[in-house]
Design a protein around this ligand. Structure first.
Ligand SMILES: C[S@@+](CC[C@H](N)C(=O)[O-])C[C@H]1O[C@@H](n2cnc3c(N)ncnc32)[C@H](O)[C@@H]1O
Length: 218
């Protein structure tokens, strides 16, 4: 499968100048619904992982401490420009979601929009999100998922070889992914194209399956 972090850095650098044309208007409602599921409080420390050009910014409260990371420098540059244009204070950094440069239990909210279906190893991304979340922290996910009822069939898996290389993986299953990473799903809402795109709100559970624990997980 031609889906690697190195390739994603290259291709998202190429997509960055036109990303908003594809992902702004189309996902506005989905972003609003997903972020609307979070319980917000003033002063919360919030992390956007794989934040892209910052299209989530308009749907986030202003009275929070906001951090945003992405693999692609081109995306981070655009996000910083958007933040400045909106008069928002955002700490924007180039960072790999598989290896977040933050201490354990640092954030109240971690947002992962349209990244779990992009990363070659979403289990690692979720393990890192869990590590940096405070015990009562909230994980906000919005993405496209294969139904939880059964794994992808042969045709879908065949097609996935192409879609995962140029766009996103179409075989990922939300509940198995989040549960085995040690999250308890509190809300699971279809937000776009029937139930293809879903918004999930999850909290840290007490246990992680042995296979998905991050190396530095306690
Ligand atoms: C489909 S875009 C979603 C961007 C944004 N979250 C949004 O909702 O518009 C996927 C983003 O994930 C970033 N990305 C892919 N792999 C990553 C990784 N390993 N670490 C951090 N960001 C990554 C890409 O650079 C790209 O900006």
């Amino acid at each position: 499968m031609f889906n690697t972090t190195a390739w994603n850095r290259i291709r998202y650098g190429l997509y960055a100048p036109v990303y908003d044309l594809v992902a702004d208007r189309a996902f506005r409602r989905a972003r609003r619904l997903a972020l609307g599921q979070v319980t917000w409080h003033p002063g919360m420390r919030v992390l956007l992982v794989g934040a892209g050009t910052g299209l989530d910014l308009p749907w986030l409260p202003r009275d929070i401490e906001l951090h945003a990371t992405d693999l692609s420098p081109g995306m981070v540059r655009r996000l910083a420009q958007r933040a400045e244009a909106q008069g928002r204070d955002v700490q924007a950094e180039v960072m790999d979601a598989e290896c977040l440069d933050y201490p354990d239990a640092h954030f109240d909210v971690v947002v992962m929009h349209l990244i779990l279906a992009v990363m070659p190893d979403p289990e690692k991304g979720l393990a890192e999100a869990r590590r940096v979340l405070k015990p009562e922290g909230q994980l906000c996910v919005m993405d496209k998922f294969q139904t939880d009822e059964h794994p992808a069939g042969l045709v879908r898996r065949g097609l996935n070889a192409l879609t995962s290389a140029i766009a996103t993986d179409i075989t990922r299953q939300a509940r198995p992914l989040l549960s085995s990473a040690g999250f308890v799903i509190e809300q699971d809402t279809p937000v776009m194209m029937g139930s293809l795109f879903r918004a999930l709100l999850a909290r840290k559970g007490n246990t992680v399956s042995a296979t998905s624990a991050a190396p530095h997980e306690g």
